[in-house]
Design a protein around this ligand. Structure first.
Ligand code: CS2
Length: 458
C-alpha cells in the first residue's frame, strides 16, 4: 500500500500527523528546489505552524531539474514522513504542508503562475550553492523560457507589479554567506536588464532576509525506504531521515505576512551574521574536512571519519582554533560549547551520513567554509594548518582517480591536474583567478604547505 490521503487512517499510532484540513489550505509558499533538505527542515516548521492554527501556508514545491520528487510525492497527495534517528529510537511525523509539486522544465508556466498567485506571500529556496551562480546572459529577453532562479523570480516581480499584487519575501535557505544579500543583488542585476521600474519596485517593497539553516539530512537510501515501509506498513517513496537537531535563524524583515515558524523553534533576529558564520565555518567547514580527509583514509560515513584518531584532532583544531577565533561572536554565543555539540552530532551512529554526499560541489563550498576563515586568520596573523591540510585532501580528491568528482567545475579541476601534475596543481588552483579570486587565493607560503600536505594523500 502506498502512502496517500486515503491510507493515513491506517498509519500506526506512533506516527504524529497534521490535524488541520490540508486540502482547505491555500498555497502561501512556493519553494524552489524541493529536495530532502527542504522536506526535513522548512516544510516541517510550516507544518507545525499550521498544526498550531496558522492557515493558508500550504507549500507548492518546485523541482528545477528532475522529476524525481514529483513522482515520489504526487501519487501520495504530497504526503511524506520525516523520521528523526536518535540513539534511543526513532520518531516519525507525517508532513501535510506540501500539497503540490511542479517540475519546472515540464511546466514553466505553472511555476510562474504559482509565484504570481495573489495567495503566495513567501518564496523559499534550497537550490545549493551553485544555484546562485549569476546569470550568464543578464540581458536575456524577458519572454524567454525561464530556467534559472533569477529567470523565475524576475518573471514573478514583473507579473506581480503588472497585476497589482503584493510584494513577496524571498528566503534563501542555502549555505552561502549573506545568502539573502547575494540573492537580492543578483536579482536586482537581472531586473535592471529587464526594466528599471520593476527593479525599483523590487528594491523598495520586496525583501530577502538572510537565514542560517541547520539540520543534517543524509540522502535517503533504498534500504531506508524498506525499513520505513516495514515500520509504517505502507510505502512512502518520499520519506526523509534526519537527526533530532534543527535550527533556523531568520533575519526579521518580511515584506508581508509569515507563518509563526517560531512555534517550531525558528528564531527571528535583526542580524544573522554571527550565527551564519559560525555555522558555515564550524559545522560545514568541519564537514568538508571530514569528507576529504575521511575519503582519503578509506572511510564511508561521517561517524567513521570523526572516530579516526588521525582525523579528529585536525577537525577539532579547525573548529576551535581556526574557525572560532575568526568569528565575531555574540556575548551569549559559546563557540567552544558549539564545537562540542557539533562533534556529538557528527558522532551519531544512528544517522549514517555519506562523506561522498558532502564532498560534492567542493569548488562551490570551500570559499565560505575554509577560504574566508583562512583569509581572516591571515589578516590577523593566525596560522591555519588544519585548513591547509583539508585543502590538500580536497586537491587530492579532485584528481578523480579514487572517486568520481561531482562538481560543476570538475573538468577545470581535472584539467589542472593533467596540465600541472602533483607539483604544479596547487599553484594552478590557488594562484590563478580561474577558480578563487582575490583574498580567496593562497599565498606562496600557504601553497608550499598545501603541496607538502598533498604528498600524504597521493
Ligand atoms: C553538508 C551540509 O552536504 C554538505 O555539504 O555539509 O548539507 C550539512 O549537512 C548541512 O548544512 C547541515 O545543516
Amino acid at each position: 500500500m502506498r502512502l496517500s490521503d486515503a491510507s493515513t487512517p491506517r498509519l500506526p499510532t506512533f506516527v504524529a500527523r497534521p490535524d488541520y484540513d490540508r486540502h482547505a489550505q491555500r498555497a502561501g509558499i512556493v519553494h524552489l528546489g524541493i529536495g530532502a533538505f527542504h522536506r526535513a527542515h522548512q516544510a516541517v516548521y510550516t507544518d507545525l505552524a499550521m498544526a498550531a492554527g496558522d492557515r493558508d501556508w500550504a507549500i507548492t514545491g518546485v523541482s528545477l531539474r528532475s522529476r524525481q520528487v514529483h513522482d515520489q510525492l504526487t501519487p501520495q497527495n504530497g504526503l511524506y514522513t520525516v523520521t528523526e534517528r536518535r540513539p534511543g529510537g526513532d520518531a516519525t511525523r507525517l508532513i501535510g504542508a506540501v500539497t503540490r509539486v511542479v517540475v519546472a522544465p515540464d511546466e514553466p508556466g505553472r511555476v510562474v503562475a504559482a509565484l504570481t498567485a495573489p495567495a503566495t506571500r513567501i518564496v523559499t529556496l534550497t537550490v545549493t550553492e551553485k544555484g546562485y551562480a549569476p546569470n550568464e546572459h543578464e540581458s536575456a529577453a524577458a519572454d524567454a523560457v525561464p530556467t534559472t532562479i533569477y529567470d523565475y523570480l524576475a518573471a514573478a516581480v514583473v507579473a506581480r507589479l503588472n497585476a497589482g499584487s503584493s510584494p513577496l519575501t524571498l528566503i534563501s535557505c542555502d549555505n552561502l554567506s549573506n545568502n539573502g544579500r547575494v540573492l537580492h543583488e543578483r536579482l536586482c542585476a537581472r531586473l535592471e536588464a529587464i526594466s528599471p521600474q520593476h527593479r525599483r519596485w523590487f528594491e523598495q517593497a520586496w525583501t530577502c532576509p538572510s537565514t542560517m539553516v541547520d539540520r543534517i539530512v543524509p540522502a535517503t537510501t533504498a534500504a531506508d525506504l524498506n525499513t520505513i515501509e516495514a515500520a509504517l506498513g505502507q510505502r512512502d517513496e518520499g520519506a526523509v531521515i534526519t537527526e533530532p537537531y534543527s535550527q533556523w535563524v531568520i533575519e526579521d524583515c518580511f515584506a508581508g505576512e509569515r507563518p509563526r515558524w517560531e512555534v517550531a523553534g525558528a528564531q527571528f533576529v535583526t542580524d544573522v551574521k554571527s550565527f551564519e558564520t559560525a555555522k558555515l565555518r564550524m559545522l560545514n567547514g568541519a564537514h568538508s574536512a571530514l569528507a576529504y580527509l575521511g575519503l582519503a583514509r578509506g572511510h564511508t560515513f561521517v561517524h567513521q571519519a570523526i572516530a579516526d584518531p588521525q582525523i579528529e584532532p585536525i577537525v577539532s583544531r579547525l573548529m576551535r582554533e581556526e574557525a572560532a577565533p575568526s568569528i565575531a561572536a555574540k556575548p551569549d554565543q559559546q563557540l567552544d560549547r558549539y564545537a562540542d555539540l557539533l562533534l556529538a552530532r557528527f558522532r551519531n551512529p544512528a544517522l549514517p551520513h555519506r562523506l561522498l554526499q558532502i564532498a560534492a560541489d567542493g569548488s562551490q563550498k570551500i570559499p565560505a567554509r575554509w577560504l574566508s576563515t583562512l583569509a581572516d586568520n591571515r589578516a590577523s596573523g593566525r596560522q591555519s594548518p588544519a585548513i591547509l591540510s583539508a585543502i590538500a585532501a580536497w586537491v587530492a580528491f579532485v584528481r578523480g582517480d579514487q572517486h568520481q568528482v561531482d562538481d560543476p567545475k570538475a573538468s577545470l579541476l581535472a584539467d589542472a591536474w593533467t596540465r600541472a601534475g602533483s607539483y604544479g596543481v596547487v599553484d594552478v588552483l590557488f594562484a590563478t583567478p580561474e577558480l578563487f579570486e582575490g583574498e580567496l587565493t593562497l599565498t606562496i607560503h600557504e601553497r608550499t604547505h598545501v603541496r607538502q600536505f598533498l604528498t600524504n594523500f597521493l
